[in-house]
Design a protein around this ligand. Structure first.
Ligand code: IVH
Length: 678
């Protein structure tokens, strides 16, 4: 091989690197790939081949060189040119308003201040230093001035570009960016499962797992953990000028760095508060842990004027989400019988405030869990609320004095005295008496609840009496209750009896999805009930659906499909549902809009849409004659990908399914069928 041959290969390798970097950027930063994974792998393989055959043409920033470095003995020290600051906290809206006032006072202005609101990620702060576009050093925050050199480890993170993109803006001579390294929740769970299997102690939370993964002397270990980065603030920058945080975020994104798509430019502090409200509701849906919102004065000039106090900037603050944990004492462990007969141990607590609600019960899920956590009466426990669900006991924080005996499940149903069945190897303890009043009571309570038939006034006490007196044995018995029946009950005056009867009467006209939800089929909640209503349109059709039909629906897996089938296969349930159909006037879900322009098209949704909830998106697809399914397959016509898409996106790409972003999806919904053919 002569000189010119080598030059040709070198040029080919360089062209491949450019291509691969470009596709990395499309994939990790823009989340909008142009080629399939297989095509990408092919490019990578060709480059590896060239570099293996001619090691002299290999470059340190080649995408093949992410996991190159050998394990080291210790981390070197990196001095940050600009101090890495920490943030002051605000715990309430008032404190945020005070923060905004302080800024205006300091700047002697009454004009509204523009802020960038960002997600406060619960990860590990790092700094990346790019010189002439090359990633030179990456370090941890350390004490703010000196951090640890974790360059070989950071290089293994695929969303960290080894060289910046030469695109619409010039590559600066020096670019220092700070960001947060995180381990997505799902990866964290998987990692912990593996560790448990391998007999290693699990990580306490994703943050610790991210820190542990990054601070590895062997970068190959780091490479095996799917860490991600979101860049959020500048260090020293030379050779390009950004005037504001918003401009900075946009600029570094164009240079190939990953930023959080949820960041928002706010024109005043109230918009920051709105953002916080939305995010604190949504935070459990994010794929990573977030512990608040960071508000930053947008203008860099104003940031400069505001300066800092005691290692925190005056121009930024972290508005923390409300604590979802509290400590309290266990008064009693009682057992609750659910509508399918399952026994759930419940901790009765000394009432405690949690995120603005008084909590006096917490679920202990099942006996295994009580044993594993070793919760006993008199112990002090940490409880937590995740989203809207019932709080549960996280762990014991102090033993009772003296310590009570360990808890055990009762041998007989605490409600009907019937036998409790416990299959070896199963977690559940079940009361199998179909006439157990507790089961009937729970079924009715569920049927009458807000998310089902919403029967006002049919409270726990009343339901308890109706069941114990044998007035209601099946759901449809409710619709044959008379005033005389009710007047015979405790604390039931003429007026209240009348009200209850009217509420029952009103509930006769009910949307299909609420009725389905109200049946209390195991594993079928509000969400699945909606899916079923949209797909089948009537109870009769649902009753006769095969497991296969059911499996074709988004979010319905084998367990749920089986459970639905089992429910309707039970003659007693079938009869009850048929009788109920006679009593109710069931409203079918939103009818088709007549155009049917998405007929026979199958959609899968992933991620969050900005302009509508998932439910609305499903309804609109259904109204146009389309179908929504839960998983991507070759039969999928479109994947609608919102912000923070899940693994479905990758699957769709692999299968070559057309991916629509939100605006393309909206166009498709609004336009006629011609959009599809074009
Ligand atoms: S800005 C002076 N933005 O929170 C600005 N920090 O308590 C300081 N953090 O050390 C950083 N998400 O590790 C900023 N969107 C975000 C952040 C964020 C998480 C961390 C960061 C920092 C700590 C401060």
């Amino acid at each position: 091989m002569d000189e010119s041959d080598l030059q040709r290969l070198e040029a080919e390798a360089e062209a491949l690197r450019e291509q691969i970097n470009h596709h990395n950027y499309r994939y990790y930063v823009l989340d909008d790939p142009e080629i399939s994974d297989a095509e990408y792998d092919q490019l990578m393989r060709r480059l590896e081949e060239l570099e293996r055959a001619h090691p002299e043409i290999r470059t340190p920033d080649s995408p093949t060189q992410r996991v190159g470095a050998a394990p080291s003995q210790e981390f070197g020290i990196v001095r940050h040119r600009r101090m890495m600051l920490s943030l002051g906290n605000a715990m309430s809206a008032e404190e945020m308003i005070e923060f905004d006032r302080r800024i205006k006072r300091f700047l002697r202005t009454t004009d509204e201040i523009e802020y960038v609101a960002e997600v406060k990620l619960d990860g590990l702060a790092v700094e990346l230093v790019y010189e002439d576009g090359q990633l030179l050093v990456a370090s941890t925050r350390g004490d703010g001035l000196n951090g640890e050199d974790v360059t070989p480890n950071i290089r293994t993170i695929k969303s960290v570009p080894l060289r910046l993109i030469k695109g619409t803006i010039p590559v600066p001579r020096l670019l220092e960016v700070r960001g947060e390294v995180i381990l997505p929740r799902r990866a964290f769970e998987r990692l912990n499962e593996e560790r448990l299997k391998a007999g290693e102690p699990p990580f306490a939370n994703p943050r610790n797992a991210a820190a542990g993964s990054l601070r590895q002397l062997d970068p190959r270990v780091t490479a095996s953990r799917p860490l991600e980065i979101f860049c959020h603030s500048p260090g020293v920058i030379e050779g390009i000028e950004f005037k504001s945080q918003w401009e900075f975020l946009d600029g570094i994104r164009q240079l190939g760095l990953r930023t959080n798509p949820l960041s928002r430019l706010c024109h005043n502090v109230n918009e920051v508060l709105d953002y916080w409200n939305v995010l604190s509701e949504k935070r459990h849906e994010l794929d990573y842990e977030a512990d608040g919102v960071v508000a930053k004065v947008n203008s860099f000039e104003l940031q400069e004027r505001l300066g800092e106090v005691s290692r925190s900037p005056r121009w930024a603050i972290a508005y923390k989400f409300k604590a979802q944990q509290a400590e309290t004492k266990v008064r009693e462990i009682s057992v609750y019988v659910g509508r399918i007969g399952s026994l759930t141990p419940v901790a009765k607590l000394e009432p405690v405030q949690l995120a603005g609600v008084t909590i006096s019960n917490a679920s202990l899920h099942n006996l295994d869990e009580v044993r594993r956590k070793d919760v006993r009466v008199g112990d002090t426990v940490l409880i937590e609320r995740a989203g809207d669900v019932i709080p549960y006991v996280v762990r014991v924080t102090a033993y009772g004095e003296p310590r009570a005996a360990p808890f055990d499940m009762p041998k007989q149903c605490p409600e009907c005295g019937g036998a409790i069945v416990h299959e070896p190897g199963e977690v559940a303890y079940l009361c199998v008496n179909v006439n157990c009043p507790a089961r009937m009571r729970e079924s009715i309570r569920h049927f009458a609840s807000k998310s089902a038939l919403d029967i006002d006034g049919l409270g726990d006490k009343l339901v308890g009496q109706l069941v114990s007196r044998g007035l209601v044995r099946e759901l449809d018995d409710l619709y044959r209750l008379t005033k005389k029946d009710l007047l015979g009950l405790e604390r039931m005056a003429d007026k209240s009896a009348q009200n209850v009867l009217e509420a029952i009467e009103r509930s006769r006209e009910a949307p299909l999805e609420r009725v389905i939800n109200g049946l209390g089929i195991r594993h079928v909640g509000e969400h699945t009930a909606r899916q079923l209503a949209l797909r089948f349109g009537s109870l009769a059709a649902l009753m006769n659906a095969s497991e296969e039909d059911l499996l074709g629906i988004r979010d319905i897996g084998p367990e749920v499909a089986r459970s639905i089938r089992q429910y309707f296969d039970e003659p007693r349930n079938r009869r009850a549902v048929e009788r109920l159909m006679h009593e109710l006037r069931i409203i079918a879900p939103a009818a088709n809009d007549g155009r049917n322009h998405l007929r026979n098209r199958t959609f899968v949704l992933t991620g969050t849409l900005a302009t509508m909830t998932r439910q609305m998106a499903e309804e609109r697809i259904a109204a146009a004659g389309g179908r929504v399914s839960s998983s991507v397959s070759r039969k999928t016509d479109f994947l609608v990908a919102g912000a923070e898409p899940g693994s479905k996106l990758q699957k769709a790409r692999e299968l070559g399914v057309k991916v629509l972003d939100e605006s393309a999806f909206l166009k498709l919904l609004n336009a006629g069928p011609d959009v599809l053919s074009s």
